[in-house]
Design a binder for this molecule. Structure first.
Ligand code: SF4
Length: 431
Protein backbone atom coordinates (compact mmCIF):
# COMPACT_ATOMS: atom_id res chain seq x y z
CA UNK A 1 0.00 0.00 0.00
CA UNK A 2 2.87 2.37 0.67
CA UNK A 3 3.59 4.58 -2.26
CA UNK A 4 5.50 7.73 -2.83
CA UNK A 5 3.46 10.22 -4.76
CA UNK A 6 5.02 13.14 -6.55
CA UNK A 7 2.60 15.81 -5.46
CA UNK A 8 4.56 17.11 -2.51
CA UNK A 9 4.84 20.74 -1.41
CA UNK A 10 8.42 21.87 -0.68
CA UNK A 11 9.68 18.37 0.13
CA UNK A 12 13.07 17.82 1.71
CA UNK A 13 13.43 14.16 2.63
CA UNK A 14 11.30 12.80 -0.24
CA UNK A 15 12.44 15.26 -2.93
CA UNK A 16 13.28 13.85 -6.40
CA UNK A 17 13.12 10.19 -5.36
CA UNK A 18 12.05 7.51 -7.83
CA UNK A 19 12.82 4.28 -5.99
CA UNK A 20 16.03 3.66 -7.97
CA UNK A 21 18.12 6.67 -6.95
CA UNK A 22 18.64 5.65 -3.32
CA UNK A 23 22.34 4.72 -3.69
CA UNK A 24 25.13 6.69 -2.06
CA UNK A 25 26.26 8.31 -5.31
CA UNK A 26 22.70 9.48 -6.04
CA UNK A 27 22.48 10.96 -2.55
CA UNK A 28 25.85 12.70 -2.94
CA UNK A 29 24.70 14.07 -6.32
CA UNK A 30 21.70 15.60 -4.52
CA UNK A 31 24.06 17.31 -2.04
CA UNK A 32 24.08 14.43 0.43
CA UNK A 33 26.76 14.10 3.13
CA UNK A 34 27.66 17.78 2.61
CA UNK A 35 26.34 18.75 6.06
CA UNK A 36 28.51 16.09 7.72
CA UNK A 37 31.51 17.05 5.58
CA UNK A 38 31.13 20.74 6.47
CA UNK A 39 30.81 19.92 10.18
CA UNK A 40 34.01 17.87 10.15
CA UNK A 41 36.06 20.12 7.86
CA UNK A 42 35.07 23.36 9.55
CA UNK A 43 35.15 21.76 13.01
CA UNK A 44 31.67 23.07 13.80
CA UNK A 45 31.09 22.57 17.52
CA UNK A 46 28.46 20.21 18.93
CA UNK A 47 27.01 23.18 20.81
CA UNK A 48 26.46 25.03 17.50
CA UNK A 49 24.70 22.03 15.93
CA UNK A 50 22.40 21.66 18.91
CA UNK A 51 21.72 25.42 18.93
CA UNK A 52 20.78 25.23 15.22
CA UNK A 53 18.40 22.35 15.85
CA UNK A 54 16.78 24.25 18.70
CA UNK A 55 16.41 27.34 16.49
CA UNK A 56 14.85 25.25 13.69
CA UNK A 57 12.08 23.98 15.99
CA UNK A 58 12.55 20.45 14.65
CA UNK A 59 10.31 18.28 16.80
CA UNK A 60 10.43 14.51 17.13
CA UNK A 61 8.57 12.93 14.21
CA UNK A 62 7.81 9.63 15.92
CA UNK A 63 4.75 10.78 17.80
CA UNK A 64 5.66 12.72 20.93
CA UNK A 65 6.84 15.87 19.11
CA UNK A 66 9.59 16.53 21.66
CA UNK A 67 12.09 19.24 20.56
CA UNK A 68 15.09 17.45 19.02
CA UNK A 69 17.77 19.99 19.97
CA UNK A 70 16.62 19.92 23.58
CA UNK A 71 16.69 16.11 23.65
CA UNK A 72 20.24 16.08 22.25
CA UNK A 73 21.31 18.57 24.90
CA UNK A 74 20.32 16.07 27.62
CA UNK A 75 23.10 13.68 26.62
CA UNK A 76 25.98 14.03 29.12
CA UNK A 77 28.79 14.76 26.62
CA UNK A 78 31.56 14.23 29.15
CA UNK A 79 30.27 10.84 30.37
CA UNK A 80 33.41 8.70 30.60
CA UNK A 81 31.99 5.35 29.36
CA UNK A 82 30.16 4.10 26.29
CA UNK A 83 27.09 6.02 25.11
CA UNK A 84 24.65 4.96 22.42
CA UNK A 85 22.57 6.47 19.65
CA UNK A 86 19.45 4.57 18.62
CA UNK A 87 17.06 5.12 15.75
CA UNK A 88 13.52 3.89 16.14
CA UNK A 89 12.32 2.46 12.81
CA UNK A 90 9.87 0.18 14.56
CA UNK A 91 6.74 1.81 13.20
CA UNK A 92 3.87 -0.61 13.68
CA UNK A 93 0.85 1.50 14.51
CA UNK A 94 -2.15 1.13 12.17
CA UNK A 95 -1.98 3.85 9.52
CA UNK A 96 1.75 4.51 9.91
CA UNK A 97 4.08 3.73 6.99
CA UNK A 98 6.45 6.65 6.46
CA UNK A 99 9.69 5.43 8.03
CA UNK A 100 9.89 2.34 5.85
CA UNK A 101 9.69 4.64 2.82
CA UNK A 102 12.56 6.74 4.15
CA UNK A 103 14.85 3.74 4.40
CA UNK A 104 13.58 2.41 1.11
CA UNK A 105 13.95 5.64 -0.88
CA UNK A 106 16.49 7.77 1.00
CA UNK A 107 18.46 5.64 3.49
CA UNK A 108 21.58 7.82 3.35
CA UNK A 109 19.67 10.83 4.71
CA UNK A 110 19.05 8.76 7.85
CA UNK A 111 22.67 7.57 8.02
CA UNK A 112 23.99 11.12 7.64
CA UNK A 113 21.52 12.42 10.26
CA UNK A 114 22.60 9.72 12.72
CA UNK A 115 26.30 10.44 12.09
CA UNK A 116 25.69 14.13 12.77
CA UNK A 117 23.79 13.22 15.94
CA UNK A 118 26.62 10.98 17.10
CA UNK A 119 29.13 13.78 16.52
CA UNK A 120 26.96 16.33 18.34
CA UNK A 121 26.53 14.09 21.38
CA UNK A 122 29.98 12.51 21.47
CA UNK A 123 28.69 9.01 20.68
CA UNK A 124 30.66 6.32 18.83
CA UNK A 125 28.13 3.47 18.46
CA UNK A 126 24.59 3.50 17.07
CA UNK A 127 21.81 1.10 16.10
CA UNK A 128 18.82 1.39 13.83
CA UNK A 129 16.05 -0.85 15.18
CA UNK A 130 13.91 -1.81 12.17
CA UNK A 131 10.41 -3.27 12.43
CA UNK A 132 10.47 -7.04 12.04
CA UNK A 133 7.84 -7.24 9.30
CA UNK A 134 9.70 -5.15 6.71
CA UNK A 135 12.35 -7.36 5.14
CA UNK A 136 13.12 -5.54 1.88
CA UNK A 137 13.65 -2.25 3.70
CA UNK A 138 15.93 -3.91 6.25
CA UNK A 139 18.03 -5.37 3.43
CA UNK A 140 18.09 -1.97 1.69
CA UNK A 141 19.36 -0.29 4.85
CA UNK A 142 22.11 -2.90 5.29
CA UNK A 143 23.20 -2.22 1.69
CA UNK A 144 23.25 1.53 2.33
CA UNK A 145 25.34 0.98 5.48
CA UNK A 146 27.87 -0.99 3.42
CA UNK A 147 28.04 1.83 0.86
CA UNK A 148 28.57 4.45 3.58
CA UNK A 149 31.30 2.39 5.28
CA UNK A 150 33.10 1.78 1.98
CA UNK A 151 33.03 5.51 1.18
CA UNK A 152 34.36 6.52 4.60
CA UNK A 153 31.14 8.15 5.83
CA UNK A 154 30.89 5.61 8.66
CA UNK A 155 33.51 3.74 10.67
CA UNK A 156 36.88 4.89 12.00
CA UNK A 157 38.14 8.44 11.39
CA UNK A 158 35.27 9.53 9.17
CA UNK A 159 36.47 11.56 6.16
CA UNK A 160 39.96 11.70 7.67
CA UNK A 161 38.78 13.42 10.85
CA UNK A 162 39.16 12.31 14.47
CA UNK A 163 35.47 11.38 14.57
CA UNK A 164 34.53 7.67 14.49
CA UNK A 165 31.03 6.22 14.45
CA UNK A 166 29.97 2.58 14.04
CA UNK A 167 26.36 2.19 12.93
CA UNK A 168 24.51 -1.15 12.83
CA UNK A 169 21.04 -2.30 11.77
CA UNK A 170 18.96 -4.52 14.05
CA UNK A 171 15.90 -6.36 12.79
CA UNK A 172 13.09 -6.68 15.35
CA UNK A 173 10.34 -9.33 15.40
CA UNK A 174 7.27 -7.22 14.61
CA UNK A 175 5.84 -6.55 18.08
CA UNK A 176 4.11 -3.17 18.22
CA UNK A 177 5.27 -2.62 21.80
CA UNK A 178 8.91 -2.56 20.70
CA UNK A 179 8.23 0.87 19.21
CA UNK A 180 8.05 2.08 22.83
CA UNK A 181 11.57 3.28 23.44
CA UNK A 182 12.41 1.30 26.57
CA UNK A 183 10.84 -1.91 25.19
CA UNK A 184 12.96 -1.31 22.09
CA UNK A 185 16.08 -1.09 24.26
CA UNK A 186 15.17 -4.33 26.08
CA UNK A 187 14.66 -6.04 22.72
CA UNK A 188 17.95 -4.65 21.40
CA UNK A 189 19.67 -6.13 24.45
CA UNK A 190 18.24 -9.52 23.46
CA UNK A 191 15.52 -9.61 26.11
CA UNK A 192 11.74 -9.82 25.91
CA UNK A 193 10.51 -6.49 24.55
CA UNK A 194 8.67 -5.05 27.53
CA UNK A 195 8.68 -1.38 28.60
CA UNK A 196 10.74 -0.32 31.61
CA UNK A 197 9.56 1.88 34.44
CA UNK A 198 10.63 5.50 33.90
CA UNK A 199 12.54 7.22 35.47
CA UNK A 200 15.34 6.56 34.94
CA UNK A 201 15.03 7.81 31.38
CA UNK A 202 17.22 6.52 28.53
CA UNK A 203 19.30 9.73 28.54
CA UNK A 204 20.85 8.51 31.80
CA UNK A 205 20.06 4.76 31.80
CA UNK A 206 19.48 3.46 28.29
CA UNK A 207 20.99 0.66 26.24
CA UNK A 208 22.99 -1.68 28.51
CA UNK A 209 22.36 0.86 31.28
CA UNK A 210 24.37 3.55 29.48
CA UNK A 211 23.29 7.05 28.39
CA UNK A 212 21.31 6.69 25.18
CA UNK A 213 19.52 9.05 22.82
CA UNK A 214 16.64 7.64 20.79
CA UNK A 215 15.05 9.45 17.87
CA UNK A 216 12.63 8.51 15.15
CA UNK A 217 13.78 7.77 11.57
CA UNK A 218 12.19 10.88 10.08
CA UNK A 219 13.72 13.08 12.77
CA UNK A 220 17.25 11.89 12.02
CA UNK A 221 16.64 12.05 8.27
CA UNK A 222 15.55 15.70 8.59
CA UNK A 223 18.75 16.79 10.38
CA UNK A 224 21.05 17.15 7.30
CA UNK A 225 18.39 19.24 5.54
CA UNK A 226 17.92 21.50 8.56
CA UNK A 227 21.67 22.17 8.66
CA UNK A 228 21.95 22.58 4.89
CA UNK A 229 19.17 25.12 4.44
CA UNK A 230 19.74 26.73 7.84
CA UNK A 231 17.50 26.74 10.91
CA UNK A 232 15.72 29.99 10.05
CA UNK A 233 14.65 28.79 6.61
CA UNK A 234 13.61 25.42 8.00
CA UNK A 235 11.51 27.06 10.71
CA UNK A 236 9.95 29.42 8.17
CA UNK A 237 8.75 26.47 6.06
CA UNK A 238 6.28 25.67 8.81
CA UNK A 239 4.84 27.71 11.65
CA UNK A 240 6.35 29.02 14.90
CA UNK A 241 6.95 26.05 17.22
CA UNK A 242 6.16 23.75 14.27
CA UNK A 243 9.19 24.11 12.02
CA UNK A 244 9.85 22.43 8.68
CA UNK A 245 8.17 19.81 6.59
CA UNK A 246 6.53 16.59 7.71
CA UNK A 247 5.72 13.34 5.97
CA UNK A 248 2.04 12.46 6.27
CA UNK A 249 0.95 8.89 5.55
CA UNK A 250 -2.59 9.20 4.30
CA UNK A 251 -4.72 6.07 4.06
CA UNK A 252 -8.32 4.99 4.05
CA UNK A 253 -11.03 6.34 1.76
CA UNK A 254 -8.93 8.58 -0.48
CA UNK A 255 -8.09 8.18 -4.16
CA UNK A 256 -4.28 8.16 -3.78
CA UNK A 257 -3.16 6.80 -0.42
CA UNK A 258 0.56 7.21 0.21
CA UNK A 259 3.23 9.38 1.78
CA UNK A 260 3.16 13.12 1.20
CA UNK A 261 5.74 15.54 2.56
CA UNK A 262 4.29 19.00 3.15
CA UNK A 263 5.16 21.98 5.38
CA UNK A 264 3.77 21.78 8.89
CA UNK A 265 0.71 24.01 9.06
CA UNK A 266 -0.61 22.91 5.64
CA UNK A 267 -4.43 22.74 5.77
CA UNK A 268 -5.76 19.19 5.96
CA UNK A 269 -8.04 20.06 3.02
CA UNK A 270 -4.90 20.64 0.91
CA UNK A 271 -3.41 17.26 1.87
CA UNK A 272 -6.70 15.59 0.96
CA UNK A 273 -6.60 17.34 -2.41
CA UNK A 274 -3.01 16.10 -3.01
CA UNK A 275 -4.22 12.60 -2.19
CA UNK A 276 -6.80 12.86 -4.95
CA UNK A 277 -9.75 13.70 -2.72
CA UNK A 278 -12.30 11.33 -1.25
CA UNK A 279 -12.56 7.99 -3.03
CA UNK A 280 -15.55 7.86 -5.36
CA UNK A 281 -16.47 11.43 -4.41
CA UNK A 282 -18.01 10.29 -1.14
CA UNK A 283 -18.48 12.57 1.88
CA UNK A 284 -15.85 12.68 4.59
CA UNK A 285 -17.08 11.41 7.95
CA UNK A 286 -14.13 11.01 10.28
CA UNK A 287 -10.35 11.39 10.42
CA UNK A 288 -7.77 9.94 12.77
CA UNK A 289 -4.97 12.46 12.24
CA UNK A 290 -1.95 10.97 13.98
CA UNK A 291 -1.89 7.17 13.98
CA UNK A 292 -4.58 4.95 15.45
CA UNK A 293 -4.00 6.06 19.05
CA UNK A 294 -4.85 9.68 18.26
CA UNK A 295 -8.44 10.65 19.04
CA UNK A 296 -10.77 10.53 16.03
CA UNK A 297 -12.11 13.89 14.78
CA UNK A 298 -15.31 14.54 12.86
CA UNK A 299 -14.61 15.15 9.17
CA UNK A 300 -16.15 18.64 9.05
CA UNK A 301 -13.89 19.81 11.89
CA UNK A 302 -10.82 18.24 10.29
CA UNK A 303 -11.55 20.04 7.01
CA UNK A 304 -11.04 23.32 8.93
CA UNK A 305 -7.85 22.21 10.70
CA UNK A 306 -4.19 22.75 9.81
CA UNK A 307 -1.67 19.93 10.01
CA UNK A 308 0.64 21.01 12.81
CA UNK A 309 1.10 19.94 16.40
CA UNK A 310 -0.72 22.91 17.95
CA UNK A 311 -3.68 23.16 15.53
CA UNK A 312 -4.48 19.46 15.83
CA UNK A 313 -4.21 19.64 19.63
CA UNK A 314 -6.68 22.55 19.54
CA UNK A 315 -9.06 20.41 17.47
CA UNK A 316 -8.93 17.75 20.20
CA UNK A 317 -6.43 15.23 18.84
CA UNK A 318 -2.71 14.71 18.23
CA UNK A 319 -0.44 15.01 15.20
CA UNK A 320 1.41 11.91 16.45
CA UNK A 321 3.43 10.27 13.72
CA UNK A 322 1.43 11.99 10.96
CA UNK A 323 -0.55 8.89 9.96
CA UNK A 324 -3.84 10.26 8.68
CA UNK A 325 -6.66 7.71 8.42
CA UNK A 326 -9.63 9.05 6.46
CA UNK A 327 -13.09 7.46 6.71
CA UNK A 328 -16.03 8.25 4.46
CA UNK A 329 -19.77 8.32 5.14
CA UNK A 330 -20.16 4.56 4.60
CA UNK A 331 -17.86 3.64 7.48
CA UNK A 332 -19.36 2.30 10.67
CA UNK A 333 -17.71 3.94 13.67
CA UNK A 334 -18.52 0.99 15.92
CA UNK A 335 -16.81 -1.38 13.50
CA UNK A 336 -13.81 0.97 13.21
CA UNK A 337 -13.42 1.13 17.00
CA UNK A 338 -13.87 -2.64 17.28
CA UNK A 339 -10.88 -3.19 14.95
CA UNK A 340 -8.71 -0.68 16.77
CA UNK A 341 -9.61 -2.09 20.19
CA UNK A 342 -8.68 -5.56 19.00
CA UNK A 343 -5.28 -4.28 17.87
CA UNK A 344 -4.41 -2.83 21.29
CA UNK A 345 -5.75 -5.93 23.07
CA UNK A 346 -3.52 -8.11 20.88
CA UNK A 347 -0.45 -5.91 21.29
CA UNK A 348 -0.58 -5.30 25.06
CA UNK A 349 2.56 -6.82 26.57
CA UNK A 350 0.55 -7.89 29.61
CA UNK A 351 2.91 -6.42 32.16
CA UNK A 352 0.42 -4.21 34.00
CA UNK A 353 -3.12 -5.10 35.03
CA UNK A 354 -5.14 -2.09 33.77
CA UNK A 355 -3.76 -2.53 30.24
CA UNK A 356 -3.69 -6.34 30.16
CA UNK A 357 -7.24 -6.76 31.49
CA UNK A 358 -8.73 -3.46 30.34
CA UNK A 359 -7.84 -3.72 26.65
CA UNK A 360 -9.51 -7.14 26.42
CA UNK A 361 -12.53 -5.93 28.35
CA UNK A 362 -12.97 -2.90 26.08
CA UNK A 363 -12.57 -5.00 22.94
CA UNK A 364 -15.16 -7.54 24.11
CA UNK A 365 -17.67 -4.80 24.91
CA UNK A 366 -17.25 -2.98 21.57
CA UNK A 367 -17.45 -6.35 19.79
CA UNK A 368 -20.69 -7.08 21.65
CA UNK A 369 -22.19 -3.74 20.61
CA UNK A 370 -21.13 -4.31 17.01
CA UNK A 371 -22.75 -7.73 17.07
CA UNK A 372 -26.08 -6.21 18.14
CA UNK A 373 -25.87 -7.42 21.73
CA UNK A 374 -25.01 -4.12 23.41
CA UNK A 375 -26.64 -3.06 26.70
CA UNK A 376 -27.88 0.44 27.58
CA UNK A 377 -25.13 1.10 30.14
CA UNK A 378 -22.27 -0.22 27.94
CA UNK A 379 -21.14 3.21 26.72
CA UNK A 380 -20.76 4.62 30.24
CA UNK A 381 -19.02 1.43 31.28
CA UNK A 382 -16.60 1.71 28.34
CA UNK A 383 -15.77 5.29 29.32
CA UNK A 384 -15.24 4.20 32.91
CA UNK A 385 -12.84 1.40 31.88
CA UNK A 386 -10.92 3.80 29.62
CA UNK A 387 -10.69 6.30 32.52
CA UNK A 388 -9.26 3.60 34.74
CA UNK A 389 -6.60 2.61 32.20
CA UNK A 390 -5.43 6.07 31.14
CA UNK A 391 -2.51 7.35 33.19
CA UNK A 392 -2.32 4.16 35.27
CA UNK A 393 0.08 2.04 33.26
CA UNK A 394 3.83 1.63 32.82
CA UNK A 395 3.89 2.80 29.22
CA UNK A 396 1.73 4.81 26.83
CA UNK A 397 0.07 1.77 25.20
CA UNK A 398 -2.58 1.91 27.93
CA UNK A 399 -3.36 5.52 27.01
CA UNK A 400 -3.20 4.64 23.32
CA UNK A 401 -5.89 2.00 23.82
CA UNK A 402 -8.10 4.19 26.01
CA UNK A 403 -8.06 7.39 23.95
CA UNK A 404 -9.74 6.01 20.80
CA UNK A 405 -12.54 4.50 22.90
CA UNK A 406 -13.30 7.81 24.60
CA UNK A 407 -13.02 9.83 21.37
CA UNK A 408 -15.17 7.52 19.22
CA UNK A 409 -17.92 7.51 21.86
CA UNK A 410 -17.68 11.27 22.44
CA UNK A 411 -17.73 12.24 18.76
CA UNK A 412 -20.06 9.56 17.38
CA UNK A 413 -22.19 8.68 20.40
CA UNK A 414 -25.39 8.66 18.33
CA UNK A 415 -24.02 5.81 16.22
CA UNK A 416 -23.11 3.72 19.25
CA UNK A 417 -26.51 4.38 20.84
CA UNK A 418 -28.24 3.40 17.61
CA UNK A 419 -26.33 0.10 17.58
CA UNK A 420 -27.35 -0.64 21.16
CA UNK A 421 -30.98 0.29 20.65
CA UNK A 422 -31.64 -1.14 17.17
CA UNK A 423 -29.16 -4.05 17.29
CA UNK A 424 -27.71 -3.07 13.91
CA UNK A 425 -25.78 -0.32 12.19
CA UNK A 426 -26.99 3.17 11.46
CA UNK A 427 -24.91 3.27 8.29
CA UNK A 428 -26.91 1.80 5.35
CA UNK A 429 -23.88 -0.01 3.84
CA UNK A 430 -23.58 -2.17 6.95
CA UNK A 431 -27.27 -3.04 7.45
FE1 SF4 B 1 2.67 -3.53 28.72
FE2 SF4 B 1 0.32 -2.30 28.41
FE3 SF4 B 1 1.66 -1.97 30.63
FE4 SF4 B 1 2.60 -0.90 28.37
S1 SF4 B 1 0.71 -0.34 29.41
S2 SF4 B 1 3.77 -1.99 29.91
S3 SF4 B 1 1.94 -2.50 26.91
S4 SF4 B 1 0.80 -3.91 29.87
Amino acid sequence: MTSLHNRHIDPLILKDLDGKNWHLQDYVNRGGYSALRRILEEKITPEQIIADLKASSLRGRGGAGFPTGLKWSFMPRQFPGQKYLVCNTDEGEPGTFKDRDIIRYNPHALIEGMAIGAYAMGITVGYNYIHGEIWAEYARFEEALEEARAAGFLGDKIMGSEFSFQLHAHHGYGAYICGEETALLESLEGKKGQPRFKPPFPASFGLYGKPTTINNTETFAAVPFVLNIGPEKYLAMGKPNNGGSKIFSISGDVELPGNYEVPLGTPFAKLLELAGGMRGGKKIKAVIPGGSSAPVIRGDIMMQTDLDYDSIAKAGSMLGSGAVIVMDETRCMVKALERLSYFYFEESCGQCTPCREGTGWMYRMVHRIEQGQGRPDDLDMLNSIADNIQGRTICALGDAAAMPVRAFIKNFREEFEYHVEHKHCLVPAYI
